[in-house]
Design a protein around this ligand. Structure first.
Ligand code: ADP
Length: 499
């Protein structure tokens, strides 16, 4: 029995390949970055062929480092940057346009028109999403409208659409399998999360031919087998591709958040918080997103999702613009030079505020500065500001869905002990940091291995993920509430700044 699993993590800036053993340990990693294209203000594109090239290079690097042969590896799981949109020719495999990346704002105006025309309630009810350029639907519509000849070819059934996992699976299987998993499908704004199928009315609204859409499938099942002429993949030919999840949902799974009320937060450039919301999408998710977490062994689990636009980026700002620290890690040591925030709050609304505030006109502020404010206070306010924003998301999730049990953490800034302790103090829940922080890739590997007998049941993920450290709340609730009150006042002052 082969007990290794290969996870492909196709991200926004690089492609990675990670080989896990059956205990969830990392055997080897391959990684290759690719170019970012910014053809116009606010536009972001990638070359879809770069995804293949860098992913194949990462695979051969991981294989070489591991000393394993293809025979040792049981199956392949995929996790990917979500929402990014690719349209290609079914016969030649050539993309008709670059991949339009999730960050790309080119369809913001179309989204404003959809909102003005009153479509928000219907889309929220069917897809669980708030209308935004972020999601795939308007990106597909843009390609169909703006690339010469594409609409006719799409209507003639010559073109295929896919998010990044769809593109990878189609290419890995030699063009045989055109599928999307439910977690990725639920980010397109064309997918009905109640019926787990494409929505005809929405496709009609955006004039998207349904024949170009991939078949929606579960997150842990054999989609097809590798059949690829690229010599770097020779060792993988015939291997099942048996798991796929969008990156944030993969992290929720890899963090072992199997119970309703369990949540994870990724402290990266921004923060992504997802909470397991159980087997039904919430009727009223307030201003959070309802999304499919996964469908495994026929059981669908939903997640509530919210994000903080600027989190780790505020630490980068202290380093690169204010230059009061030399490395990101120094933010913690500097913050530790003061016993508390000294009344200072830093709201890092550099590009507006996301959930639950949703204020595009907010801008960053540092509030409460006195003559005695030091660099230490600013660093501390920066660290704490990230925690308050995550806490705002957790509170919104609590209001929408009931008690959050605990928070599992990952991402570059989760190494900061002072930040994790403050998160626990302010949110009043345990903060659980895993030993292996590659939770996204682990989630994808687990979904794939579960479908191929490497693991037996969903709950096995719990034994693969071990805690490195758990932070427990020490602060009196009264003190936490006093601090949160100050934060809320600072946020009010940051809102609506741009006229
Ligand atoms: P992304 O995937 O969004 O690029 P990462 O998960 O790699 O992000 O995290 C990068 C962020 O983590 C950066 O914004 C940086 O400020 C922050 N960071 C990195 N190292 C540390 C550290 N030792 N302490 C605190 N923050 C850190």
């Amino acid at each position: 029995m082969n007990k290794y699993v290969l996870a492909l993590d196709q991200g926004t800036t690089s492609s990675r390949a990670i080989i896990f053993d059956e205990n969830g340990n990392i055997v080897s990693v391959g990684q290759k970055a690719f170019d970012q294209h910014f053809p116009s203000e606010g536009w972001v594109e990638h070359d879809p062929m770069d995804y293949l090239e860098t992913e194949y290079a990462a695979i051969s690097e991981a294989l070489a480092k591991s000393g394993l042969s293809g025979k040792d590896i049981s199956c392949i799981g995929i996790t990917n940057q979500r929402e990014t949109t690719i349209v290609w020719d079914k016969k030649t495999g050539k993309p008709v346009y670059n991949a339009i990346v999730w960050q790309c704002r080119r369809t913001a105006k179309l989204c404003d028109e959809l909102i003005a025309a009153g479509w928000q309630d219907m889309i929220k009810e069917k897809c669980g999403l708030l209308i935004d350029a972020y999601f795939s639907a308007t990106k597909i519509a843009w390609i169909l409208e703006n690339v010469p000849g594409v609409r006719a070819r799409a209507e003639a059934g010559e073109l295929l659409f896919g998010t990044v996992e769809t593109w990878l699976i189609w290419n890995l299987t030699g063009g045989k399998v055109h599928v999307t998993d439910y977690s990725n499908a639920s980010r397109t704004m064309l997918f009905n999360i109640h019926t787990l199928s494409w929505d005809e009315e929405l496709c009609g609204l955006l004039n998207i031919p349904m024949c170009m859409l991939p078949e929606p499938v579960g997150n842990s099942q054999i989609y097809g087998y590798v059949h690829c002429a690229d010599p770097r993949l020779a060792a993988l030919n015939g291997m099942p591709v048996s798991g796929a999840l969008g990156d944030q949902q993969a992290a929720l799974l890899g963090q072992g958040c199997l119970e309703k009320g369990q949540a994870k937060n990724t402290y990266g450039t921004g923060c992504f918080t997802l909470m397991n919301a159980g087997n039904e999408p919430l009727a009223d998710a307030d201003r959070l997103l309802n999304t499919v977490a996964w469908n495994i062994s026929g059981e669908t689990v939903f997640a509530l999702e919210g994000s903080v636009f600027n989190a780790g980026s505020s630490i980068q700002w202290l380093r690169d613009e204010l230059q009061i620290i030399n490395t990101a890690a120094e933010v913690s040591t500097l913050a530790e030079t003061v016993p508390d925030n000294g009344g200072v709050y830093l709201v890092s609304a550099f590009t507006g505020l996301g959930a639950p505030h949703w204020d595009m006109y907010a801008r960053g502020i540092i509030a409460g500065i006195t003559r005695g404010t030091t660099r230490g206070h600013i660093a501390r306010a920066c660290v704490e500001g990230i925690c308050y924003q995550v806490n705002d998301l957790l509170s919104a999730m609590n209001r929408a869905a009931g008690a959050i049990l605990d928070l599992k953490v990952d991402g570059g800034a989760s190494v900061s002990n002072i930040m994790m302790q403050f998160q626990s103090d302010i949110s009043g829940i345990p903060i659980d940091r895993p030993a292996i922080v590659e939770t996204t890739a682990l989630g994808a590997a687990f979904a794939a291995g579960l479908a191929c007998g490497v693991w037996d049941e969903l709950s096995d993920i719990r034994s693969l993920r071990t805690s490195e450290r758990i932070f427990f709340p020490h602060m009196e609730r009264k003190e936490a509430e006093r601090l949160i009150h100050g934060w809320n006042r600072a946020v009010e002052r940051a809102k609506g700044w741009v006229e």
